[in-house]
Design a protein around this ligand. Structure first.
Ligand code: FPP
Length: 238
């Protein structure tokens, strides 16, 4: 597929949905779907690096996902940890800059350490900004950003009248990445599920029935190619 670099999105968000149903449809336990999802994610990252995408944010675990059965939550935490252990060197070699967004301090102690180690390892990398939303909720992120700003006002380092969209963006977890241009959701549902609410204000949306484990680079590139044809007006007229 021939992609015009100038028409690529700067920042892509992916809601990696459909892992559980993919597994259950084959008589497997739901966690098998998450395991298959890791394989897909690796291929998507490889593609994102190849096309020199600026930023990719994936929804790995929401603030609501704690309500799932203990076994599934434990499996996911273990999977994230194993992923970091196995992949961080290769991500680093690919000049990827990993960043965890969400309430990271509420994750298991060992995972927090691994996440911070990986971030430190890739801190100076200049390639793909890879944000992993873990224990993440868009409303929660907005509340935390508001608290940060309110604290600055309290301390006297910021004036209420100086608060604008740029100041707000700088207080978000994604302050290093540009706004989301393209939001992809796999697995057939047509909703945002509390993901990157502020950042996707002018995002183009791309939904597919394909469950995440079956979401191959070809379909990812198809989404990017469709994006290139969208007429983005940002509320203006031509
Ligand atoms: C949603 O599918 C997916 C998740 C809650 C977990 C996503 C995690 C991965 C794809 C693993 C790879 C991630 C990293 C960072 C290594 P679901 O379980 O809600 O599927 P369902 O809608 O079919 O039930």
């Amino acid at each position: 597929m021939n992609l015009d670099k100038n028409l690529l999105p700067h920042h892509v968000g992916i809601i990696m949905d459909g892992n559980g149903r993919w597994a259950q449809n084959q008589g497997l336990i739901r966690s098998a779907g998450h395991l298959a999802g890791v394989k897909t994610l690796k291929e998507i990252i490889k593609t994102a690096v190849n096309i020199e995408l600026e930023a990719l944010t994936v929804y790995a675990f929401s603030t609501e996902n704690w309500n799932r059965p203990h076994t599934e939550v434990d499996f996911l935490m273990h999977l994230f940890s194993e992923y970091l252990e196995k992949e961080k060197r290769e991500l680093n070699e690919k000049n990827v800059k990993i960043h965890f967004i969400g309430r990271i301090d509420e994750l298991p102690e060992s995972l927090i350490k691994q996440a911070r180690d990986a971030e430190n390892m890739m801190m100076n990398n200049t390639g793909l900004k890879f944000n992993v939303a873990t224990n993440y909720g868009g409303q929660d992120e907005i509340v935390r950003a508001t608290q940060k700003i309110a604290r600055q006002v309290n301390e006297g380092t910021l004036k209420v009248d100086d608060i604008d969209a740029d100041i707000f963006e700088a207080a978000l977890d994604t302050c290093d990445s540009p706004p989301v241009d393209l939001m992809i959701r796999t697995g057939g549902d047509l909703r945002v599920s509390n993901f990157l609410l502020w950042q996707s204000a002018y995002a183009e949306f791309w939904f597919t029935e394909t469950p995440f484990p079956n979401f191959k680079p070809e379909e990812f590139l198809q989404a990017l190619s469709d994006f290139a044809k969208r007429d983005r007006r940002f509320g203006s007229i031509k």
